[in-house]
Design a protein around this ligand. Structure first.
Ligand code: HAM
Length: 419
């Protein structure tokens, strides 16, 4: 959550929230079969059909529509709510998860799509992952549609073909072939669809005018991604369609590079959703990332998933509970540090152990005479065990008297010094 919020801040997204319970029809109208089959829905005491939210996008679309005129555009909103989906529980899929959403509303250009993918990649970076751990695969439904038209697929057959494409890498080839035939495609069109997912369409020759037109934003999207410094994470993959029905343009998903887990994140452009829910005609794009697959990936790679360890643990050596411990904790907290101390009377060695198991970076001991001189001793915890003054904070303190005032002065002069 801390990383999700920090990255949102860096990209200037504003946090919002909405109700966890929504009218059932908000989802049955536009989200598509897959998610509707996973709804936790029921009739409430007033006879209304309601559902626990399985995703945030329809709620966001409804909320923005209601206030569209009053909002500065483009709207950059994020949220990190709890979602509920009645899925078969398995690795990477639970019936309840936290999901961060970032959406930009009011901008139709692929600059917005590129910005969103940069957010997703920045989150990966912030967790210590690299482009060797995670791949972003994107496609564009406008390009897919143009390629399908060129292959002789009719507009009416497209939803069926999208559904097959979405699963083409996860199901046996003969199942895809049967489903394409069942969608009404002839042998030539089936061949074209099956070979589409491997073709390098950015360099197609003999493309129709519609394909050429659809390629233009895709090329610009790639250029923007390169300026945003994320190109090496990204590849075009025409089998990315996304299961939700409302997408209209660029669509993307993030996967672990080994291909062992489900998608880490997914999203895309949904230019018609606001209007189709009865709101303003505003273009929109966004994505969501859940905590479940992400946590599995971080554990697999041995990366830290606990981020909330205190900067300081304040300890007193007196037998009575020392009010100076609370005063010191308060002073450090007001200086912006995260601080913990023993809430019950404890011997010093026990306090040090507690500090270590909380993952505190520094152990601050109030010395005799603290009342008069503010005397303290600061130990660096962790691997060095406090024996070598390795960190910048310890080095800065080494030149000063060992007092609380010096510690506060160092923090005041160097706000970036805490871990
Ligand atoms: P989605 O692909 O359905 O998209 O979900 C996005 C992410 O949420 C998935 O990649 C996965 O990490 C996580 N997730 C979804 N279902 C579960 C589950 N049952 N258990 C654990 N994690 C799960 C959407 O929801 C779109 N509304 C995203 C979006 C936002 N599009 C535009 N704006």
């Amino acid at each position: 959550m801390k990383v999700w919020r920090a990255v949102a801040d860096r990209f200037a997204f504003v946090e919002f929230d909405g109700p966890p319970l929504e009218p059932l029809e908000l989802y049955t109208k536009k989200s598509g079969e897959e998610i509707v089959g996973q709804l936790y829905n029921f009739t409430d005491k007033g006879g209304r059909e309601v559902a626990l939210r399985p995703e945030m996008t329809p709620t966001l679309a409804r909320m923005v529509s209601a206030k569209a005129n009053a909002l500065r555009k483009p709207i950059r909103w994020f949220c990190a709510p709890q979602m509920f989906r009645y899925e078969r529980q398995q690795r990477g899929r639970l019936r309840e998860h936290y999901q961060v959403n970032y959406d930009i509303i009011g901008e139709a250009d692929v600059t917005a799509d590129a910005e969103l993918l940069a957010v997703a990649i920045d989150i990966m970076r912030e967790f210590g992952l690299t482009s060797r751990d995670v791949r972003a695969r994107f496609s564009d439904r406008r390009l897919l549609r143009a390629l399908l038209h060129q292959a002789g697929v009719t507009e009416g057959q497209i939803p069926g073909v999208f559904a097959v494409l979405d699963k083409i890498k996860r199901q046996p080839e003969n199942v895809s072939l049967e489903r394409l035939a069942a969608a009404g495609l002839n042998a030539t069109a089936i061949d074209a669809v099956m070979s589409m997912t491997t073709a390098d369409t950015l360099g197609v020759s003999g493309a129709s005018a519609e394909v050429e037109r659809a390629l233009e934003p895709v090329r610009r999207y790639r250029e923007h991604l390169s300026h945003l410094g994320v190109n090496e994470w990204v590849e075009l993959d025409l089998s990315i369609v996304r299961g939700l029905a409302y997408y209209t343009g660029v669509v993307f998903e993030l996967f672990d590079a080994k291909g062992e887990l489900r998608a880490i994140a997914g999203g895309g452009r949904y230019d018609n959703l606001l209007e189709s829910l009865g709101g303003e005609n505003l273009p929109a794009a966004g994505f969501a990332m859940g905590d479940v697959v992400l946590t599995e990936l971080l554990r697999d790679r041995g990366l830290n998933v606990t981020v909330n360890s205190p900067d300081f643990w304040v300890a007193g050596d007196s037998s009575e509970h020392d009010p100076n411990v609370m005063r010191t904790a308060t002073a450090l907290r007001r200086a912006g540090a995260s601080v913990e101390y023993a809430l019950r009377k404890q011997q010093l060695p026990k306090q040090r152990k507690a500090a270590q198991s909380a993952g505190a970076a520094y152990f601050v001991i109030l010395e005799d005479g603290f009342d008069k001189s503010g005397a303290i001793r600061v130990e660096e915890l962790g691997e060095s065990g406090g024996r070598d003054a390795a960190s910048p904070l310890m080095r800065a303190l080494a030149d000063r008297p060992a007092t609380l005032q010096s510690l506060l002065a160092v923090l005041g002069d160097n706000p970036g010094m805490l871990p």
